[in-house]
Design a protein around this ligand. Structure first.
Ligand code: SF4
Length: 255
């Protein structure tokens, strides 16, 4: 007989939580500059990782480790670097030209589904791969690289709300490019955010984080009235009140 063990699952989550906490890196990281309010709250009011966070992080790390092992002749994991006081680590650097040009940086991401249907969609700020792009363009600006690659593993690509839809894991590879002007402008933006985060600025003076980190709108079933409601996800949502700056984050739904 197979019997699920909730008490052991609790211990497992606790040990994983400890393990992730022990790997927490000090200093200011690129992701902190991209999500400045979460950095602010982490300093002021640290919160433990939720079980959901732990599951997502473990899944992402597992896929990254698998790619590193399977492509060890071609991709090398990069060490952390510090540029102008900002810590960063693109996932891989190419050690051969079999896949991407040797010496190129490669960032790896796992997602559930919904790869963009076209390059136009991938570049669309609202519907595209904007958070991935923010991160790799930050690496490029700080490392002064005019191009970089993004490798995405979409685990259930093709899945829709139709229960009969079929799906399969799909790898997608993108090349991001930046002009010298874009590199300089992005670097300036990151440096001004660093100065802001190191100043006594209050949270209201900081830019908002990526929208998906705040929470999301969900629609009730028709039998329950079919109305929209906002489900906060960030542990500091009530204190931070991002809807005061962007009503679409819980104040008023635009579309
Ligand atoms: S509520 Fe949103 S903007 Fe505020 S810290 Fe959380 S993720 Fe960032």
């Amino acid at each position: 007989m197979l019997a699920r063990q909730p008490d052991i699952e609790t211990k497992l989550y606790d040990v994983l939580r400890e393990s992730f906490a022990s790997q927490r890196r000090d200093g200011l990281h690129l992701t902190d500059l991209l999500n400045p309010r979460q950095y602010y709250w982490k300093q002021l009011d640290p919160q433990p990782l939720t079980n959901g966070d732990i599951g997502f992080f473990a899944g992402g790390l597992g896929h990254e480790d698998a790619v590193a092992r399977l492509l060890k002749e071609d991709f090398h994991e990069t060490p952390e670097d510090i540029v102008d006081g900002v810590a960063l680590r693109p996932d891989f650097v190419a050690r051969s030209s079999r896949i991407v040009p040797e010496g190129s940086y490669v960032e790896f991401k796992t997602r559930r589904s919904n790869l963009p249907k076209s390059d136009d969609e991938a570049n669309d700020p609202a519907r595209g791969l904007t958070t991935y792009r923010d991160q790799i363009r930050g690496y490029m600006a700080l490392k002064q690289r005019p191009e970089m690659y993004l490798l995405v593993l979409s685990l259930t690509e093709g899945k829709t709300k139709d229960p009969l839809s079929s799906s399969a894991p799909v790898f997608a590879v993108y090349k991001e490019t930046m002009t010298p002007e874009e590199l300089a402008q992005t670097r300036d933006t990151l440096m001004s955010r660093k100065i802001l985060l190191q100043s006594p600025a209050g949270v209201d003076q900081l830019p908002l984080c990526w929208a998906f980190l705040c929470g999301k709108w969900t629609k009730a079933l028709v039998r329950d009235g079919g109305g929209w409601s906002y489900q906060p996800k960030c542990p500091w949502y009530d204190k931070c009140r991002p809807q005061d700056t962007d009503p679409n984050r819980g104040g008023r739904r635009d579309a």
